[in-house]
Design a protein around this ligand. Structure first.
Ligand code: BV8
Ligand code: ZN
Length: 240
């Protein structure tokens, strides 16, 4: 029995009900004087590495302190009845912690670190910051370079392998489920229209209206944790 091929494209809204603020809301408190693209940029890293490091370290500890939500768990559970691939813009590890085996991180991960000069991976100590702090000096590599988070900053090319995996996962999908993304950041935001162009139905799950809502095959205006459990069973009725 050939199982249905479901590809999920997720964004920050996927993790909102786990207690991780979405991006539009994430730059609060200490970092609110920055806008997102500025804070997540090579330029700010060069100018103020200790501020960017503190922001990433805070989110690292925050993600470690929360749990996957019913949405993450539903997607992982679908693997028992379908061929599921997860393409995420999120740098948290909640899909994997929920049990999703196939996850492509387009924008990197908060759980990988490497030297910004020689590129060697870093598996050393990370400062424990229970509360957000303005600035923390990043570790220094043996080569003298600064250790940076393994995330993709604006203006930086995305790692090619997850991007190629994402394009392939969309092309072979019987349905693309787009969860919790505002569809603003490219090239990730181009994947749903690529699916529609290939005649692949797109189901959007988002409490708000996004640039995708009108062209999506179905727009489910609800949250990830509420809409995803049971969505697989409803797919036939939803997309006919
Ligand atoms: C690149 C890691 C080129 C960092 C991130 C084409 C057109 C225009 C601009 C560009 C273009 N191509 C490239 C660009 C530039 C840029 C870009 O897209 N800019 C935007 C702002 C216009 N793109 C890039 O720079 C990319 N790189 O193109 O390189 C290149 C090529 C060769 C050589 C050199 C360079 C790289 C982009 C990656 C940036 N890094 N993150 C870090 O975190 O520190 S992006 C980051 O922001 C996230 O990963 C994510 O992608 C994005 C946030 O968007 P969302 O996830 O959608 O979250 P958001 O908060 O916006 O929305 C949440 C949604 O959830 C909302 O709709 C809400 O209603 C919904 N929601 C809320 N609660 C729930 C919910 N849904 C369900 N359930 C709920 N409970
Ligand atoms: Zn180095």
């Amino acid at each position: 029995m050939v199982s249905v091929r479901v590809t999920v494209l997720s964004g920050a809204g996927m993790s909102a009900e786990s207690g991780i603020e979405t991006f539009r809301d994430a730059v609060t408190g200490l970092w609110e004087r920055f806008d997102l693209d500025e804070l997540a940029s090579p330029q700010t890293w060069r100018r103020q590495p200790n501020v960017v490091w503190a922001w990433c370290l805070w989110r690292y500890h925050l993600v470690n302190s929360v749990e996957p939500n019913a949405g993450h768990k539903a997607i992982a559970d679908w693997q028992r009845r379908a061929d599921v691939r997860v393409v995420t813009q999120n740098i948290d590890n909640l899909h994997e912690r929920a049990g999703s085996a196939w996850v492509a991180h387009l924008h990197g991960s908060l759980f990988e670190f490497h030297c910004s000069r020689c590129g060697v991976e870093y598996h050393g100590e990370l400062a424990d910051i229970p509360e957000p702090v303005e600035a923390v000096d990043p570790p220094v590599c043996a080569c003298g370079g600064t250790i940076r988070p393994g995330v993709v900053w604006f203006g930086e090319a995305m790692p090619d392998e997850p991007w190629q995996q994402a394009v392939a996962a969309v092309a072979l999908a019987d349905v693309l489920i787009v969860v919790g993304t505002s569809g603003i950041v490219y090239p990730a935001a181009g994947l749903p229209s690529a699916a529609l162009t290939q005649g692949i139905p797109v189901v959007e799950v988002n409490p708000d209206v996004t640039p995708l809502s009108d062209s999506a095959t179905v727009a489910v205006h609800d949250t990830a944790a509420r809409a995803l459990p049971g969505l697989l069973e409803r797919l036939d009725e939803l997309i006919g």
